[in-house]
Design a protein around this ligand. Structure first.
Ligand code: SAM
Length: 256
């Protein structure tokens, strides 16, 4: 039977990788690296750098593959994601069939941690459910961008004894500040923080965390909102793409 390792590689710094992940990389006969097109070539580059730095066995192969692009036109969000996952599952299935022999181990290198806003686990489950290829799989955790954000700002994620909500820009208005005192926002293409008017809200924002381009800004949301918007737009222009994440907070430890 084939075996798959879904390995979290950290969120941008090659030193995020764990010893468990390094050992897993060296168990793999084939390393699968997604390339997302020219704009995001730095992300594929980090995966290549990690393999070059940490893979010590000489006989493993690296296979790069193009990730299908999500098509949104004429579809509701859920439908478009479902179609997208189906086409990635077909890509994975074809890769496993053609590149991984029975008895071999293949590794998918996943940005950050595979459990957080990443669909590799559910896509691998889909491939398994299709039943054409038999395999087992394991997940190796990684450092998430959320951990990198808190570390760079030197803050704890939660207030003492309080919950945290992790959400997307699209859904931020549903949660913060009325439903939770700490919200973490990922995958925000619309800079949803700019619509939050609460005078007590604070923001901890970070882009390109862990990489040499890292930028962090924090402060009272009303005071730093414009600075973040300007900095983000300029960085995006300069680098050609951006990945950012932020934490919004209202309240303090021991408030009831
Ligand atoms: C598809 S999700 C993947 C998250 C990843 N699995 C993790 O554990 O961080 C991509 C989102 O993660 C966040 N992200 C990932 N890496 C980042 C980084 N180095 N700096 C800032 N944000 C990052 C951004 O919000 C981005 O839109």
């Amino acid at each position: 039977m084939r075996h798959i390792l879904i390995i979290g590689i950290g969120a941008g710094n090659p030193e995020h990788i764990t010893v468990q992940a390094i050992n897993a990389l060296n168990r793999a006969d084939v390393l699968f690296i997604p390339t997302k097109g020219a704009k995001r070539s730095e992300l594929a580059e980090l995966r290549r750098e990690i393999c070059a730095r940490y893979v010590t066995r000489a006989d493993s192969r690296t296979i790069e593959f193009a990730v299908p692009v999500r098509r949104t036109e004429g579809r509701a969000y859920i439908e478009s994601v479902d179609d997208w996952h189906a086409s990635i599952a077909a890509t994975y299935e074809a890769l496993l069939e053609s590149e991984l022999a029975d008895g071999q181990t293949g590794a998918f290198l996943v940005w950050g941690d595979p459990m957080l806003y990443d669909s590799t686990i559910r896509i691998v489950e889909r491939v398994k459910a299709r039943g054409r290829i038999g395999f087992g799989f394991d997940v190796i955790p990684g450092i998430t961008s959320l951990q990198a954000l808190c570390a760079s700002h030197r803050i704890p994620l939660n207030l003492v004894g309080k919950p945290v909500e992790i959400t997307t820009g699209r859904r931020l208005a549903e949660s913060f500040p009325h439903r939770c005192e700490t919200a973490v926002v990922m995958l925000d293409g619309e800079q949803a923080f700019q619509k939050i008017e609460d005078p007590d809200a604070e923001i901890y924002w970070g882009a390109y965390l862990g990489s040499p381009e890292e930028i962090v800004i924090s402060g009272r949301l009303a005071d730093v909102k414009e600075e973040i918007l300007k900095t983000r737009a300029a960085a995006r222009e300069r680098v050609g793409w951006i990945m950012d994440i932020y934490l919004l907070r209202k309240g303090a430890d021991f408030d009831e």
